[in-house]
Design a protein around this ligand. Sequence first.
Ligand code: SF4
Length: 764
Amino acid sequence: MIPTAADLPKPSSLFREFTGPLTRELVQEPGEFGLGKVPARLKPDATAKLVCGFCSTGCSLNAHLREGRAINLTPATEYPVNLGMACPKGWEALTPLTAPNRATTPLIRDTSGRLQAASWDEAMTTFVSRLRAIQAKHGPGSVAWLGTGQICTEELAFLGALGKFGIGILHGDGNPRQCMATSVVAYKQSFGFDAPPYTYQDFEESDVIVLIGSNLCIAHPIMWQRVLRNRNNPEIIVIDPRKTETAMAATQHLPLAPKSDLVLLYGIANLLIQNGWIDETFIGTHTNGFNEFAGHVRQFTPDTVAVQTGLTVAQLYRFAESIHRGKAVSFWWTMGVNQGHESTRTAQAIINLALMTGNIGRAGTGANSITGQCNAMGSRLFSNTTNLLGGHDFLNAGHRAKIAGALGIPVERIPQQNSFAYDQIMDAIERGEIKALWLIATNPAHSWVNQRSVPAAFRKLELLVVQDMFNDTESVAHADIVFPAAAWGEKEGTFINSERRIGVVKKVAVAPGQALSDFNIFRLVANYWGCEMMFREWTSPEAVFQIMKRCSAGQPCDITGIDGYEMLDAVGGIQWPFSSEQCSVIGNRSEQSAGGGRSPGSTDHCKLITDHFPNERRLFADGRFHHADGRARFIFEAPKAPPECKDAEFPFELLTGRGTSAQWHTQTRTRCSAVLRRLHPEELYVELNPDDAQRLGVGPNGRVRITSRRGSLEATAFLTPTVRPGQIFLPMHYEAVNRLTHPAVDPYSRQPSYKHCAVRVKRR
Ligand code: SF4
């Protein structure tokens, strides 16, 4: 039984005891809680280093300050991620902060249906009273939140703990479900923990780089630069139906039929086995289930695979031989795999190739999932949605007791069940079970699959609360209450990037108007809800970082060896795990090599650790995985047909993906920049093969109508052979695109299948 808010002490009895700086009274004096200030620790005209807030690469940027505020950004040269590089989004990251559509004051929708400016006190009082009323009437399952991979890890941890342990919300998920859930489940099942094994240095040390469903040039341009720094003249193999920018630069491009990846990967596994191109010692010592897997893939002969994938037998052999010849083969995947109807098994088919060839735990190898958002990895471990804080399990009594102890809360406050996933939350809204929804830094009215279903679902809610830095997103249009949030650069915290590196975000600008950091909004909610005593230790992001450390102790993601933000800054971010034991070992080794004599914790000792810090660390060098027996698992399943195939009525296959490196997701931020807007077409365009265009009578830049079973849109035709006849491509960033997409989800990760559905195309 989940306790409800009614079980908690009432606010009035707690205000006097609450010693934190952010109380109801102080909200009326904004200057008191940092609204008009950047932290004193930043010198007024210095340079502050902070991790970029767009993608998961996690580049470090130097913010150049004048009178304590950032006026300019340049890429950090000494940071081990980006080595002095940044993509256009990074250079322009300050621009959205001064956009005219920033949310600057709380808003409440009045009885005439208009959003009206309100005070924080009015907004919080309304939020709490309406949420309490809904919970009291319909139970704890009637309220949900949908979060994000865009806010700091400490904020995600606060939201997750506040939502589930404080307010008693049963169901919370985040938008990483749309991009990363597949990798989480695939790693958990195969390795025993959600543990991407690589470091970016592997891009430079492979001699064979296999990219599956990843347009690295565009989606992760700085990672692509790391590939270009590789001195091994690597074979670059791109598996993608489209001839993407990355495919154009590859040594092998395998333009397989959409959603035939699983068949291809099983076919390659079979070829490797039949030719004896496997690492039997690694398989025998470090894995389980290989014989069953080998039996499963025997049916995927080169001839059958060629028919089903549209590739030639020669292409299959060349691919398999390249893996065999490679001394260090790395396999990388991202959304082209993750956003599919059988995505978890496809990701695991990639993991299987790495395991069976012993390409893991060594430099230049790995089965490597690349993340999307700047802090999807923080969300994966600490958002308290898909798992209990610190990569624990809500269903495990021991884990619940450990986390309750680490937080100093009664164990009964921790739910004994998992949340609904994002799609299940949306379905529960449709069914009328969930009556109130709190959105934090996400915009499902644009980004959710089969978009037309979203407004209909929102209309069924009794309360929709949107917490966002902008006041005009598609989701704000449906909101009853809006909380104005500070943006990246206006607050502190940490992000975790794709290679597990924890980096620091700093406050180098002042949030406009009454906007508050998400962290302080959560503190306000705790205060108004009356559960602030539960969070009396959660006084600042860095204080929460110390709580996260406690939660991580003994886990594969143990970060107990990180002192705090200064240490992260000093060594260029730290990849998890970094336990207190690892820290001691490095300290002792450093001391020995320097002749000893420094006392632990002294400045000299810290500098020594910094100088000797191993800043490119990969997992599984010892061949031990996180299952109880230390072995990885071969996991497989028969491929399934896509949920919607092309037919006479809808004869085209729609592919979706990133458009340019100047665009980010729903464009709420990138469209603020005149520079970035010049780097991509303003209007929605569709890539159409010239043969199809001729057949349809469509000329260059002609207008076409594209229709799926769920909706339709108009776009300008860009005639290009990058898509094959019978296929079209739409960039995901434009609001109309999700009118078309299919709502199927992978059964294990519940990640939507954005990448593929059937459409028809007509000339306008
Ligand atoms: Fe920022 Fe990603 Fe560009 Fe690096 S590659 S500057 S992290 S958006």
